[in-house]
Design a protein. Sequence first.
Lengths: 179, 577
Amino acid sequence: MEKKNYTVSIYTENNLGLLSRIAAIFLKRHINIESITASPSEVTEVMRFIIIVNVTEEQIKKIVGQLEKQIEVIKAFYHTDAETIYQETALYKIRSEDFLNDHNIQDFIKETNARIVTVTKEFFVIEKTGKRSEVDALYETLKPYGLMQFVRSGTIAVTKNEMPISGILEKFNTTNSLS
Amino acid sequence: MQVKTASFEKVNTKNTLTVSGAEAVIKCLLEEGVDTIYGYPGGAIMPVYDELYKYQNELHHVLTRHEQGATHAAQGYARVSGKVGVAIATSGPGATNLITGIADAQIDSTPMVCITGQVGSHLLGSDAFQETDIVGISTPVTKWNYQITKAEEIPEVMAKAFYIAKSGRPGPVLIDITKDAQFASLEFSYKKCSGIRSYKPVPELNLLQVERAAEVINNAKKPMIVWGQGVILGEAEDLFKQVVEKAGIPAAWTILGLSALPTDHPLNVGMVGMHGNYAPNMLTNECDVLIAIGMRFDDRVTGNLDKYAKQAKVIHFEIDPAEINKNVKADYPVLGDVKESLKALLELLEPNSHKEWHQQFKELYKVEYEKVIKNDLDVNKKDLGMAEVIQQINKQSNGDAIIVSDVGQHQMAACRYAKFNGTRSNVTSGGLGTMGFALPAAIGAKMAKPERDVVAVVGDGGYQMTIQELGTIFQTKVPVKIVLLNNGFLGMVRQWQQLFFDKRYASTTMINPDFITIAKGYHVEAKQVTERSQLADAVKEMMESEEAYFLEVKVEQEENVFPMIPTGAAVSDVLLE
């Protein structure tokens, strides 16, 4: 079966230790996490993890099953790139000298819709938000000029389809209101 | 439960009690109906032990000789009683010594709550004396774990712990409590946990799934059932028996499913898997419908998955959605509580007998009997065989004993040859294969069911991994019977070395101590059998003894366990010799 990038979205309670419990599920199956982010979600007090892995669909189904089995995981989903809107952000730090002396660099930045964040005598910091491939492309372009530093964020994504988390929580509240 | 103690409880205006965190822990256990706990004291758990001293009339604490023994005893207790087993230990090494038992409980779905002491919260992360990150360490082998740093968290977290351990597919939970949280006081009130919003223990039964399954079963010509521990955990033994009988389907068991249906039930066709019976293994690859009930298609059950029941439609009754399609694709999954789903199924089943199909099992049993069983039980062969000893236990117990087996060749002999009339009678380490499990597990089993005979069947390897629990037996006077099948080898590994490593017996020969002297050193009655002629009387004497009893039987050194499915082979490639 073909390996693909899958975006796993995990809605969880905000509890200490859950990150390692989630990471352990991937570790146990020897699956490398390409990118991971965690942040509050659209639902109050509910966290959302977004994990990108390159696996087969059979693998991702089993992983989602194991994730959902965890007590504090409310719901987990997996999606292909086509089913999500995803972005990541990268920062590129380059020498001011290089930047000012080479017009090519300035053109690249304009063409790719990157943004200059900071300018000092010694360095420029350029920010690019976009798809993985776009961030990669700018990296490859700037690399020959000597990047002083480069850092990229994890991928964040929203799905094209609805995520029924509020519904799940509401249903629990209704069925357990008597207890 | 009404608790009367000498402790200084102040009743406040809100009708709650002001107690210490440590006392709250005990009160929570009593609220959950716990009567026996297994453990070992140490620095970071001393406040709780101090409260145990006060509550010793309400809560029986069993001092094991090692924390691993505490977990296995708690497991034995849980497996036999259906209640949550409880183990308790201190921080650091005390906590890490629990890990094997926790991992065992996780893979065998045993409800257990482990409580560990932890260094004071101001010391967390400072590499303090006996500090270890037990929450981090136990994460992959627990159903849930939690570190308590504030006394007021105790009642709610403990209630959650018991709820999680017992509900749905059971499992182990670890609660780590810092020493300051044990000393601090709280207003105690207890409410049992009835639900957690992010946790759905039992999937709702979809009747459509049951209807589809029933239709497939009713139309089957050669159906076969493989059941696992789910039938026992779901307390569905009676319904299961009715299903088997009404539909007339030959039923085989996984090692943990053993004893859910009596051994001599006409439709019980034996064990599946690596050392299972010939007929159910062969016919797994011939049946037209395979009905899996509360089992998880472990690799020891299925052998090579690419050659497993490919011709059959697979129906899978299961409580854990993650088990569906994990190893074997289920054509007809039925998610839900096994009691509910079997009840619904029973009504839809058409009575049948499948006589000809059942006959095929009987024919293959004859083949196995001629090639394997006859010799295993032959009383004229030179040396004593393991199966002969199990047979004697059957005779003396009439099949009413609880058999607790360790791991290895003797385990296979015990499970293949033991006779069971009733459920929750077979206690063994299935998934993890933990050598050293049986002796402490037998202690827990006997304490859970004092009215029943409990026989630990051990090998000379595994026995020595937890042999110190003889001290627990001596101290508590718990009358367990221990049968040591001594072949002077790590027998199962030696068998593999013989068959797959050209008889290179690397580190499998055991130079053993005088086991009788050791047992006697612990004041446990002990006897040795070296000749077949002594066996029957010795087993009789052991079973009739009112006290703990150790019986060492010298068995053939190089006996092999057959049938056998070599690793990577198909179930139908099972070897008889």
